[in-house]
Ligand binder design. Structure first.
Ligand SMILES: NC(=O)c1ccc[n+]([C@@H]2O[C@H](COP(=O)([O-])OP(=O)(O)OC[C@H]3O[C@@H](n4cnc5c(N)ncnc54)[C@H](O)[C@@H]3O)[C@@H](O)[C@H]2O)c1
Length: 245
């Protein structure tokens, strides 16, 4: 389905990003595994290669424009094209609003929102030139409905949803689509760091009565990256077991 295409997945050293890389690789796409943790990125890249496509490891910090530009240049040099960008890298630094310090705010906004902006801005160029491309942003249900204890995170993901809609409007004439996914409670390192009571509060609210898996999210990315979603842009799809309706 995606044979010979090239996908860049940010924050792909584990969790949802790794599952996305495996799903795209299984569909035939060559994958650029970006993550600041090189060892984790290399492990995922080795697994991608074992699935019969090419993989490239990139350790750019997506909050630094020069590093993002170097990543794009290296990918164009190696593959000559970029078809799919998945802005997946994200972090949390939770705390109640009145106790949240400036560093907590800046770190989360930098990775989750500025990082996606820099990658989109940079990689949109070759996509526009090719008159083809798919950009998929990993938002969150927190960005749709807010979440107590996540002022920084929910603001970053709400911003990412607005960035998605603006990107979709600006790039549509060049046949580049941009959509967002809003996962709910997905079983990864990010949610495993929550205290047991907080995990249970989330689980009790999910109509489908289970946490999501990284593969649940990856299948939606595969759809948005593939030919059957060509007429969808500027949308947000919740993947949350019915948490938000
Ligand atoms: N797990 C969930 O329940 C859940 C729910 C909604 C949304 N999300 C979103 O899905 C995405 C993936 O989450 P996950 O649960 O797999 O988290 P994760 O912590 O397992 O993976 C995130 C990856 O991003 C990398 N990263 C962090 N900062 C980076 C930077 N500056 N440059 C490049 N890479 C960087 C990390 O090293 C890590 O490997 C995030 O955007 C997250 O906000 C997760």
């Amino acid at each position: 389905m995606l044979n010979d295409q090239v996908a860049i997945i940010t924050g792909a050293g584990g969790g949802i990003g790794a599952a996305i890389a495996y799903a795209l690789a299984d569909a035939g796409a060559n994958c650029v595994i970006n993550d600041v943790v090189e060892e984790a990125a290399q492990t995922v890249a080795d697994e991608v290669t074992s699935r019969g496509v090419k993989a490239m490891v990139d350790t750019s910090n997506i909050t630094k424009e020069a590093e993002v530009q170097a990543m794009a240049a290296a990918v164009m040099e190696e593959f000559g094209r970029i078809d799919i960008l998945v802005n997946n890298a994200g972090i949390t630094r939770d705390g109640l609003l009145v106790r949240m310090d400036e560093d907590q705010w800046d770190m989360v906004l930098n990775v989750n929102l500025k990082g996606a902006f820099l990658c989109t801005k940079t990689i949109a160029r070759p996509m526009m030139k090719a008159r083809s491309g798919r950009i998929i942003n990993m938002a969150s249900v927190s960005g749709v409905g807010g979440n107590a204890g996540q002022a920084n995170y929910s603001a970053s993901k709400g911003g990412l949803i607005s960035l998605t809609k603006t990107t979709a409007q600006e790039l549509a004439s060049r046949n580049v689509t941009c959509n967002a996914l809003a996962p709910g409670f997905i079983d990864t390192a990010m949610t495993r760091q929550l205290p047991d009571e907080a995990r249970q509060v989330w689980l009790d609210r999910i109509p489908l009565a289970r946490p999501g898996t990284p593969e649940d999210v990856a299948q939606a990315v595969l759809f948005l990256a593939g030919p059957t979603s060509a007429y969808i842009t500027g949308q947000v799809i919740n993947i949350d077991g019915g948490l938000i309706m």
